[in-house]
Design a protein around this ligand. Sequence first.
Ligand SMILES: Nc1ncnc2c1ncn2[C@@H]1O[C@H](COP(=O)(O)OP(=O)(O)O)[C@@H](O)[C@H]1O
Ligand SMILES: [Mg+2]
Length: 607
Amino acid sequence: MNYFKKILRFAKPYKMFAVLNIIANIFYALFATLSMVSLFPMLSVIFKQTEPIYTQPIWKGVFNAKEYIFDYLSYFVTQKSGQGENDALIFMVALVISMFFLKNLFNYLAMYFITFLRNGVLKDIRNELYAKTVELPLSYYSEKRKGDTIARITSDVLEIQHSFLSILELIIREPLTILFTIIAMLSISVKLTIFVFIFLPISGFLISLLGKSLKKKSDKVQKEQGTFLSILEETLGGLRVIKAFNAEEKFSNTFQHSTKRFYDFSNTLLNRQNLASPTSEFFGIAAIGVILWFGGQMVLIEKTLKPELFIAYMGLAYNILTPAKAISKASYGVKKGNAAAERVLEVLETESPIIEKENALSKNTFENNITLEKISFKYEDDYVLKDFTLNVPKGATVALVGQSGSGKSTIANLVTRFYDVNEGSITIDGTNIKDMTKKSLRGLLGLVTQDSILFNDSVTNNIRLGKKDASEEEIIEAAKIANAHNFISELPNGYNTNIGDSGNKLSGGQKQRLSIARAVLKNPPIMILDEATSALDTESERLVQDALEKMMRNRTSIVIAHRLSTIQNANTIVVLQKGEIVEQGSHNELIASNGAYKKLVDMQSLA
Ligand SMILES: Nc1ncnc2c1ncn2[C@@H]1O[C@H](COP(=O)(O)OP(=O)(O)O)[C@@H](O)[C@H]1O
Ligand SMILES: [Mg+2]
């Protein structure tokens, strides 16, 4: 119920539709009852059970409503019988039909209004989940599988809409139908109704026993959905490797194992769910049988109940069965919905550990320096950086070199605040980056990484990511600086060419130059290059290196480089080893000092 309340918050903006739905449902419940009650006068006419009454009856208040209705009916039939019985019959049949028509009309209206609420909630939860997905830090996803997140946004949300929100409708409609029906039943026969209500709770209890284990089963099904979406996602991403390594069978097996588990789990779940309808129907009919026997006695032996009233009564008893069934079905829905809601709320309620302070500063200029002051950082248990201190003055190019795993990319992750330092501080012009808005911090930074991340869109739109309102000329200008203009012009549709998923229609060097163009267009004062050239062959490296140098002019840069030839001109070269600085100085100084840097250079020249 707790989850249900939290999900209900999403229904708030659609309150109006809920109100309209409730109104329509009140009428629905009313006409559902009246349509059964209206069987009675028709039957009376057919069985000639009306006694002649020649004066119009007088209304004596609600408590005498039953007699008034009987009398009025008789009066009406008596009047009509002058013109022939057929007229009375046609009138009664028309009455029955119009009651049923109104019942169904309001049923449709109720569903019509609730549709907007249901789909609105679906849309809003999805949007909020998406926003959360983007907001959550990268660290969140190093532990989670992408497919699992996709499953939560797609199938779990859908499950909530299916099960939870259909309950929303039942809450009003079915109890009201039951209430109205009970009133009508009571007014026909109190004795019979009391008898009926001894049976309903017994069958209700038996049905609820079945629903118990449903949540756990449903949870398993949803989880498995996440697993196989993850496998699918990984397969699509790694298709090239899977084919090249003849690993189709292995992946296929993993996938089939997952779908097999899904098959097993959902078989158990569905079959248990399928029990709901037949069992409640059976218990319902058993109850009707008992009523037939008990009421039949009242009609035949005690003669305390008119036969046509008894038939209408049976109609009402049946009428109560449908909502009772719906309610028992809804209790399954709650359990299934709970499992899905738990998974959705888990994402929505995850607090991002990268917190933005309430009075965070919007800092849009860079004047003096970036300083990393005695920072320590660990991803998991072991410190990756320990007591690390580095100063990058404005306009300087600082290069970070060192063996792989020494913590170079980690520094890029910390400056961009993808992760927060455990100890120490990172400041820009003396302002701690934790005191700045994330948006303004990242506005100051440009990032080019080893694997250029591009999107399935046109060249223009991929570059435009750096500046939403850039003009065509600005985009072309940026592409020229990035040495990308020539190859873009040769593409089939020039700047409007779609570059495929993750830019797969382009070569590595071309992709990299596009991501440089993107950073150039953004024109941030600080550039961070994380092994921007290391994935490239010598020819494209020359082009990219040239593009990078153009971009770094008049800018402050932190360059992480694997190939040392690319950073010889840096103002300062910092040599890292296991998260600590072992050497620092210009290229010439470091060569002269004949230390770790010299060793690295020698190793690479040999290669
Ligand atoms: N997301 C992560 N979770 C846990 N450990 C990580 C993560 N990213 C990097 N590491 C670890 O941190 C260390 C430094 O990594 P990194 O900064 O990427 O090295 P470099 O860029 O110098 O090659 C490595 O030992 C690596 O295993
Ligand atoms: Mg790295």
